[in-house]
Write a protein that binds this ligand. Structure first.
Ligand code: ZN
Length: 77
């Protein structure tokens, strides 16, 4: 039996998780991205920077305002 569950991906233009409904990236999304990009941290950061810029444009805010939410968690560990 297969049940289709929504992946923890952002909806646009609200940038909420399509599965949890909270501000993306949720914890599940972060875990999944860290797994997907294991050993490729710089590629993950690059991907998040693209999403951050897209979200900033849609929110009418600056990229710097969204840096903590989108990118900082992936930079260090
Ligand atoms: Zn989620």
């Amino acid at each position: 039996m297969r049940r289709r569950r929504l992946a923890h991906l952002p909806t646009r233009p609200t940038w909420r998780c399509q599965s949890c409904g909270i501000a993306w990236p949720c914890s599940a999304a972060k875990l999944s991205l860290l797994g997907e990009y294991r050993g490729k941290r710089s590629a993950l950061v690059t991907y998040l920077l693209v999403l951050r810029d897209e979200a900033a444009a849609q929110h009418g805010t600056t990229a710097a305002d969204l840096d903590d939410r989108f990118v900082t968690w992936a930079r260090s560990r």
